[in-house]
Design a protein around this ligand. Sequence first.
Ligand SMILES: C[S@@+](CC[C@H](N)C(=O)[O-])C[C@H]1O[C@@H](n2cnc3c(N)ncnc32)[C@H](O)[C@@H]1O
Length: 219
Amino acid sequence: MERKIIITADGSSTIHLPEWDEQYHSKHGAIQEAKHVFIKSGLSLFSDKEISILEIGFGTGLNSFITFLEAQKLNLTVDYVGIEAYPVKAEEVEKLNYVSELKANDFLAIFNKMHSQKWAVKSEISSCFYLTKRKQLFNEIHDENSFNLIYFDAFGAKFQPELWTESIFKLMYTALKEEGVLVTYSAKGSVRRAMQSVGFTVERLPGPPGKREMLRATK
Ligand SMILES: C[S@@+](CC[C@H](N)C(=O)[O-])C[C@H]1O[C@@H](n2cnc3c(N)ncnc32)[C@H](O)[C@@H]1O
């Protein structure tokens, strides 16, 4: 599918899919959305410990890079697993402006390392951040009791309805440890009900700018 780099309302870039008229992030602000949904509503529940995170859709690496930056503030050691079946190409990564927009120029090498590292190998990105990128489909995830936190960042249900179903959330539930948490930008009633039907306790939280609500599900 054709992919184009565009700039969102907060100045940060994202990838646009003309065929679907869909983006990797909110048009209202990619960084703003990532910070609100995944950091404020997810990562910030944890501090001063070692945690494992599963990302559903590694894509541009924005969530893993922001998590690396925030983990230092929260005194966390992070074991991060990013799943991605259709990797972003090196020439696309070069055009993403996350490092400068996040004023993280000292960590440019870290962002690049996240993208250049081999698939299926756990790598030390820094002494407090370990990354494993797995090139696989979401329905092939069969981890059990392994993660404290899931960033569920698939394309919208309008485009990939098969990813917002009971069968996928059952895999997510199984992959989480007891009391593990899944956060997503979606607030659809059908998504909430699919999560509840596999056993999650689901909260509706205020959404990022441009979106009234989002969901947080706890095992
Ligand atoms: C909404 S984008 C978000 C990407 C990423 N979280 C980011 O911040 O850039 C969804 C991602 O899921 C990937 N994807 C879509 N369907 C998939 C599938 N069935 N299995 C694995 N990856 C998939 C896409 O290639 C894309 O990178």
